[in-house]
Write a protein that binds this ligand. Structure first.
Ligand code: 5GP
Ligand code: ZN
Length: 138
């Protein structure tokens, strides 16, 4: 299914032109319009899924395989020193475009391009309870 109001549906399906690194029947990989680093790419399914929770299982299974393949090529092509895969779900997690996408971000020595989380302290009792709750839901 496509969403006629979704910019990534339009880009993924070629209605809006983009510089494309990779395309097949189900996916398109493009460059981010506001890149964190040189070569920052976005992996988009052609079908509309708002986020990870809506993503079709068969599509989900292909996402990491494709990401692995494209990341290896991007690493070689850019000569980057490291690589992040980042995927945001929901406004509170930093998602701004509500069509599933995987950020593929080449990292360069000392680029300081991405701020990661502040390290907290693990609460073992809470984590034990949470693990049991999650196990029941799986
Ligand atoms: P999010 O914050 O949802 O994880 O990431 C959305 C990303 O999409 C941002 O990094 C933003 O720069 C990128 N983006 C938003 N609109 C466009 C667009 O029209 N074209 C491209 N190539 N990237 C876009
Ligand atoms: Zn969409």
């Amino acid at each position: 299914m496509k969403d006629s109001n979704c910019i990534f549906c339009k880009i993924a399906n070629g209605e809006i032109p983009s510089v494309t690194l990779y395309e097949d029947a189900e996916f398109r990989v493009i460059f981010d319009i506001g890149p964190a680093t040189k070569g920052h790419a976005l992996l988009l399914p052609k079908e509309h899924y708002a986020n990870l929770f809506e993503l079709d299982d068969a599509v989900a299974a292909k996402v990491l395989l494709l990401a692995k393949k494209v990341a290896a090529a991007l690493k070689e092509a850019t000569g980057c020193d490291g690589f992040n895969l980042i995927q945001n779900n929901g406004t509170d997690a930093g998602q701004t475009v509500f069509h599933f996408h995987l950020h593929m971000i080449p990292r360069y020595h000392n680029d300081h391009a991405i701020g990661f989380w502040k390290e907290g302290k693990a609460d073992t009792e809470y984590l034990q309870e949470l693990a049991e709750k999650v196990q029941k839901l799986l």
